[in-house]
Design a protein around this ligand. Structure first.
Ligand SMILES: Nc1nc2c(c(=O)[nH]1)N[C@H]1C(S)=C(S)[C@@H](COP(=O)(O)O)O[C@H]1N2
Ligand SMILES: [Mo]
Length: 421
């Protein structure tokens, strides 16, 4: 192992030099193997010999892309309870297509009639108010691109052996969307906030009647009552006709199918802030109200389930970074399991509490390698190694797993999930 590390370190310096050559475009090597002929292999492909197909009322991906799907992991003993994972490894850019947004349901997807759905704001307010969907459509709206991540995302990382799942199917309980809707602040202020109000109990209109306590301060800061998802009305699975969006705060607080906001003095101590989304610490106390998703990153390509066909060859290492505390300021990449690091290019626009795409050209010589990415956000927080996270949080860790992910590249070009070198 040691000799491999040293070999990697030497290679790393060569790669860094090559990386800068690639960035200027003045490259001497072909990026991938390709044909150098001036003739098409087939002068007139079959799809050019007859008129094309029909129009459609609502578009679907190409039939050649049918493997790009969410992976569903449902609980057979509790119908409607489960998750589906965004296939991050199959996507590029930063926006998650609506049909691939991850899902987490506690009791299925309610079939809500938007003409009958009501949002009630009550509790410690001057005047309780009810809003129909139609009335909300007349309020001023704002758009905001941000991620939503389940507090349980990546929690297989706490297991003692690394699971061999594709990147999105282990880390894809996170998606990034342009949400459009009414600032919650506007509606709360219209109802009139009483001085004693410090918390808000949000409740959903699903059979689970999911309810959760949110500090009033967050709702007055940047919370949206979202009605639109990437330009179209929110999908049923993601909260139709309306949901809360709390940028940077863990998934469960982003209540879907929102029906009530009750202003109160103290948190309600509901199931999802006591029995769930809390965790035992090494000192015997429990963490509660861990609202913020800390900085995290993940190499989506190359990643498990892919192969490196050419050796030697140039590969674009690419992935996603995000932080619930603000903007991503830096992503570093290691190809030698964390021995040495080089800065990746961050693709703009770099938005607050949103996915940032990063990439780095890598000239693979066919050696054993361990690829890692490490994110730093604008507060200076650096994504931890798995070792550091596990020693800090202890063996009862279950939520908020944000450690560095390692992909092992074998000399044959196969990719496995490992826990560091
Ligand atoms: N009403 C309601 N809201 C909910 C949930 C739910 O089951 N019911 N699940 C929560 C959890 S745990 C998460 S992670 C997110 C998932 O949102 P999504 O399904 O749109 O990705 O919604 C949250 N809001
Ligand atoms: Mo969640």
């Amino acid at each position: 192992m040691t000799s491999k590390v040293h070999k990697n370190r030497r290679r790393f310096l060569q790669q860094a030099a090559l990386g800068s050559v690639l960035a200027t475009g003045a490259m001497s090597l072909p990026i991938v193997s390709r044909s150098e002929s001036s003739e098409f292999p087939d002068s007139l492909p079959e799809w050019m010999r007859e008129p094309g197909g029909d129009f459609s009322n609502y578009g679907q991906p190409s039939t050649h892309e049918q493997q790009v799907i969410r992976w569903i992991s449902a609980n057979p003993d509790a119908p409607g309870n489960g998750v589906s994972w965004t296939p991050l490894h199959d996507l590029q850019g930063t926006i998650t297509p609506n049909g691939l947004h991850y899902e987490r349901h506690h009791n299925g997807v309610p079939k809500i009639d938007p003409n009958k759905h009501i949002l009630l704001i009550d509790g410690l307010v001057e005047q309780p108010l009810q809003f129909s969907v139609e009335s909300l459509m007349r309020y001023p709206m704002e758009s905001r691109i941000c991620f939503i991540e389940c507090g349980g995302n990546s929690n297989s990382g706490w297991r003692s052996t690394p699971i061999q799942a594709k990147a999105g199917y282990a880390h894809g309980l996170v998606s990034n969307t342009e949400w459009t809707g009414v600032p919650v602040k506007l509606l709360l202020e219209e109802a009139g906030i009483k001085k004693q109000a410090l918390w808000v109990i949000a409740e959903g209109a699903d059979a689970a009647g999911l309810n959760i306590s949110i500090p009033l301060e967050k709702l007055l800061d940047d919370a949206l009552l979202a009605l639109y998802q990437n330009g179209e009305r929110i999908r049923p699975e993601n909260g139709y006709p309306m949901r809360l969006v709390l940028p940077g705060w863990e998934g469960v607080l982003n209540v879907k199918w929102l029906r009530q906001l009750r202003l109160v003095e103290e948190p309600i101590m509901s199931r999802d802030e006591t029995a769930q989304y809390t965790e035992l610490q090494t000192d015997g106390s429990a963490r509660q109200f861990t609202f913020i998703n800390e900085a995290k990153s993940l190499i989506t390509s190359p990643s498990l389930g892919m192969m490196l066909p050419d050796s030697p060859g140039i590969y674009q290492i690419s992935g996603l970074a995000w932080s619930g505390r603000g903007k991503i300021s830096r992503v570093e990449i290691s190809t030698d399991g964390g021995e040495s690091w080089t800065d990746a290019e961050l693709h703009g626009p770099i938005l607050d509490k949103a996915f940032t795409r990063f990439s780095l050209a890598w000239h693979w010589q066919g050696e054993y390698a361990v690829l890692q990415s490490r994110a730093t956000d604008e507060t200076g927080y650096v994504q931890p190694t798995r070792e550091a996270l596990v020693s800090q949080r202890g063996r009862y860790g279950f939520f908020h797993y944000n450690a560095i992910v390692s992909w092992e590249i074998t000399e044959e070009g196969d990719i496995n999930h490992v826990y560091g070198l």
